[in-house]
Ligand binder design. Structure first.
Ligand SMILES: [Zn+2]
Length: 479
């Protein structure tokens, strides 16, 4: 049995969780839930976590006047609570300030060094602490970093560099021979361009300038650059540095990340993997960005920021999940529109799926006929449902969650059309025919319920129970 390993990126713990984090977490959770059903729970490993080193975090802890470890633990807890709030069931929560992580990062560093890919070089330049990187004149607007509104600091340091450019041809070859590795296809041109423009990257900082990080092996004056440190989590979460057998079992994995992360996930990390003698990631899934309802980027100054906490309070976690997964495009930027959330919920869950569920249970009880007898489902009907099921599972296999959701809705809609056409409530329909019709529909509902499970896990469990016990239930009140 093939193992399936899935990981999100690790959010940087210097700020509160936002709606974009919710999108990434629930997408990953839906994928993990689907594959747990398909492959068995023991064959799926779903990793999330927090990225906890770096100057920004150190500064924030200083500002708050608390110990930095306490600061990161406290903020990591917020992300754990956040996952719980949105019903995200991970198998592992990774913290880059954990002791085991240091072992893995050191091993990774030493492997790259053994390959001759790490060298020391003096670097003079402008450094933006907000970006945690050196910037060039072309990155600046009026002498300031446009993202952080601050002038960069002048730095003159001797740092370690990683020979990423050495792997340019190999990375191009890998990508050209495995273009399917990256979704969506619209990003392929961008990735190719990033690989073509590849340069060696600085992977350490002077400890006196950046004390909160992992020391470079055998050089206590230097700490490892926060990105190099954090990226190693993808393999150390499955045993790298501590349990090599486990790494063989689970790696390569599927990585899900946001649009600002392509360079790190698809280029830098892939170069690091070659250097350390590890296989490339199995799949790279770049989700879109959630835009404000006006279609613009969310920004405090524009007063258009959507609070995931407010949304949860207003609609409940499952409805927000439902909208994030099926209303928001899986792989493209899309605007978060509350009226769309309401319409979609009412149309798909309340009026379509929920309504059919109520009608079938109610009619089966009033007609006193058997349902949930899979063996007796009529052949044509079963085949039609199975055809839908196959198509929807194929979409899930390809991580197309929003498209899968759309197709599930079509299956439920077909069920509603079938019941309207067959009129099992009519006195003109023989009781055994009513039984057949309703039994067919109970099979369809069971299928719809199973297929909706990765998206709305709590409601579908209730639906399944109601169907089995033939209990009247209003799962989806109209809003
Ligand atoms: Zn900056």
């Amino acid at each position: 049995m093939k193992k399936f390993y899935l990981t999100t990126t690790l959010p940087y713990v210097n700020a509160e969780p936002h709606i974009g984090h919710a999108l990434e977490f629930v997408q990953a959770d839906a994928i993990a839930r689907y594959f747990r059903k398909k492959l068995g729970k023991e064959n799926v490993f779903f990793n999330v976590g927090t990225d906890e080193h770096g100057q920004k975090i150190w500064d924030k802890a200083q500002e708050a006047g608390i110990d930095v470890q306490e600061f990161v633990d406290r903020n990591a807890q917020k992300f754990k609570d956040y996952c719980k709030l949105f019903l995200v069931e991970y198998d592992n929560f990774y913290k880059t300030s954990d002791k085991e992580h240091v072992i893995a990062v050191h091993k990774f560093w030493n492997e790259c060094k053994k390959r001759g890919d790490i060298y020391k070089k003096r670097y003079v330049g402008k450094y933006c602490v907000g970006c945690e990187r050196y910037v060039t004149e072309k990155d600046l607007v009026d002498g300031k970093c446009p993202d952080h509104g601050k002038a960069p600091e002048e730095r003159d340091e001797e740092n370690y560099f990683f020979s990423l450019s050495k792997y340019k041809d190999e990375l191009l070859k890998w990508f050209d021979s495995n273009p399917d590795v990256l979704k969506p296809v619209q990003k392929h041109g961008e990735l190719r361009k990033i690989i073509e423009e590849i340069e060696d990257i600085s992977i350490s900082r002077l400890k006196k300038n950046l004390s909160w990080g992992i020391e470079v092996p055998d050089d206590p004056e230097q700490v490892i650059y926060v990105w190099f440190d954090a990226l190693a989590n993808y393999v150390s979460a499955v045993g790298y540095g501590t349990d090599e057998k486990k790494v063989d079992e689970w790696w390569p994995g599927v990585q899900i990340f946001g649009p600002d992360n392509l360079r790190f996930q698809a280029v830098i990390w892939q170069g690091m993997l070659i250097s350390a003698g590890l296989a490339h990631s199995k799949k790279l899934l770049e989700h879109g960005m959630i835009l404000a309802s006006d279609g613009r980027k969310m920004a405090k100054t524009l007063e258009n920021v959507i609070s995931p906490f407010d949304q949860e309070k207003k609609y409940g976690a499952e409805i927000v999940r439902f909208y994030l997964l099926t209303g928001i495009s899986t792989f493209a930027d899309s605007a978060y529109k509350e009226d769309e959330l309401v319409n979609m919920y009412n149309a798909r869950l309340a009026n379509n799926y929920g309504n059919l569920l109520n009608r079938v249970i109610h009619l089966a009880n009033s007609k006193e006929v058997e349902i949930n007898d899979e063996e007796s489902v009529e052949k044509d009907f079963r085949e039609k449902v199975l055809k839908y099921k196959e198509e929807i599972e194929k979409l899930y296999d390809e991580y197309e969650i929003a498209l899968a959701g759309e197709r599930i809705d079509e299956l439920a809609d077909w069920g509603n059309k079938y019941i309207t056409e067959k009129e099992p409530w009519s006195k003109d329909v023989k009781i055994e025919d009513s039984g057949k019709i309703l039994n067919n529909l109970s099979y369809l509902l069971k299928t719809v319920t199973d297929l909706y499970f990765p998206i709305i896990p709590v409601s579908t469990e209730k639906a399944l129970e109601a169907l089995e016990k033939r209990e009247k239930i209003i799962l989806f009140n109209k809003i």
